[in-house]
Design a protein around this ligand. Structure first.
Ligand code: FNR
Length: 375
């Protein structure tokens, strides 16, 4: 019997993943000045030990102003590299792979870590380490009436941020990461350029589809130039804004059709995989949540764009469900998030459910034997 597809290896450029289960990027709000800590070593380390094929580390600021919160991870200076190196070394020693998500939060920057909101409020003020004066976006339109009002980026500032992404990619390579995922989803800077909800520009970066995708295309090009040719490049997109057409936005925001066209262009720029999420650009969004509710977008991108790989994510909570997605060719990788935070043995249990001999770390192998103990 062939292995269930979830546990079949997948080669992307020079990287072979031992299986197709990926830890989705998740902010841990556990950094100061962008530095990874022992928390990240143990957190990412246990994902690697648990048998995942790949872990994508959380949204990491390409500049201090690009962080979501003062506690977010960063990769904007060379001093960040050393601790990240320790993490990638550990992951590799445990026969797993690890990527990093490069991010700029745009108008959603300078907010408060979830568990501090009650005490400090949702917006991070300068007293609490925030930077409201430096919150930027394609246009000076706030996310909602409670959010910081961003200032509109100049062309020079746009080019500087694109350089920050490229410089971060160089550091990611030095730190030993196997994959870069560019965060183009969830209403952060790149998505803000894509969506007509947040992009009201009238220059070459706003208006038409060609203009709204210009920022991400140029950014990807600059990253691909410095990111080694044998290393995979992923982009996470919000495939749809889930916003109904209205008088001020007749298109209803960024759409699935636009995502398919963008994915074609990203593929031509050397992007290997689109990680297919949704939403985040407007409080008016209406999301039909349910098991695997975003999987169909991974399928439409995969079917609409020859040669591209896709990742499915969102309420995939069971190994059988994950394996079915792959067996039915609906996606190439399955990203899981929250289930990993509550079920540390997700991969192990999944292997057992699918009849696969679980791969324990050597150090844990004696745990397989429930009764006989030899010394
Ligand atoms: C997230 N998510 C997320 N997404 C992303 O692209 N970058 C990030 O840094 C984060 N951070 C983050 C933190 C936490 C605590 C959660 C729960 C989620 C979204 C995440 O990657 C995933 O897309 C969603 O959680 C949906 O998948 P699950 O959790 O239903 O498997």
């Amino acid at each position: 019997n062939p292995l269930p597809k979830l546990f079949q290896p997948l080669t992307i450029r020079g990287l072979t993943l031992k299986n197709r289960l990926v830890a989705s990027p998740m902010c841990m709000y556990s950094s100061q000045d962008g530095f990874a800590t022992d928390f990240h070593l143990v957190h990412i380390g246990q994902f690697a030990m648990s048998g995942l094929g790949l872990t994508i580390m959380e949204a990491s600021g390409v500049s201090p102003e690009g962080r979501i919160t003062p506690n977010c991870l960063g990769i904007w200076k060379d001093e960040h590299i050393e601790k990240l190196q320790q993490i990638t070394r550990f992951v590799h020693a445990n026969k797993s792979a690890v990527g990093i998500q490069l991010a700029h939060a745009g108008r959603k920057a300078s907010t408060t870590a979830p568990w501090l909101i009650k005490k400090l409020g949702a917006n991070a003020t300068p007293e609490n380490g925030g930077w409201p004066e430096s919150v930027v976006a394609p246009s000076d339109v706030a996310y909602d009436e409670r959010s910081w009002k961003p200032h509109e980026l100049t062309i020079e500032e746009i080019q500087r941020i694109q350089k920050h992404f490229a410089d971060a990619a160089v550091r990611a390579d030095k730190a030993g990461f196997d994959v870069i995922e560019i965060h183009g989803a969830h209403g952060y800077l790149i998505h803000e350029f894509l969506s007509p909800i947040s992009n009201k520009r009238t220059d070459q970066y706003g208006g038409s589809f060609d203009n709204r995708v210009r920022f991400v295309i140029e950014t990807v090009r600059k990253v691909r130039e410095v990111w080694p040719g044998d290393k995979p490049l992923f982009v996470r997109l919000s495939i749809t804004d889930w916003v109904a057409p209205s008088e001020d936005i007749p298109t209803g925001g960024w759409t699935e059709e636009e995502s398919i066209e963008l994915a074609k262009r990203l593929s031509a720029e050397g992007v290997d995989l689109i990680d297919c999420s949704t939403s985040g650009s407007s409080p008016k969004q209406s999301i039909p949540l349910g098991p695997g509710y975003q999987v169909r977008f991974a399928t439409s991108i995969k079917n609409g764009v020859p040669g591209i790989l896709t990742g499915a994510v969102g309420l995939i909570t069971d190994a059988v469900q994950a394996n079915d997605i792959l067996e039915q060719d609906k996606a190439d990788l399955v990203f899981v998030g929250r289930v990993l935070l509550r079920e540390p043995n997700f991969v192990l249990d999944g292997a057992l459910k699918l009849g696969v001999f679980p791969q324990y770390p050597h150090q844990y192998e004696r745990g397989r034997n429930k009764t006989k103990l030899t010394f």
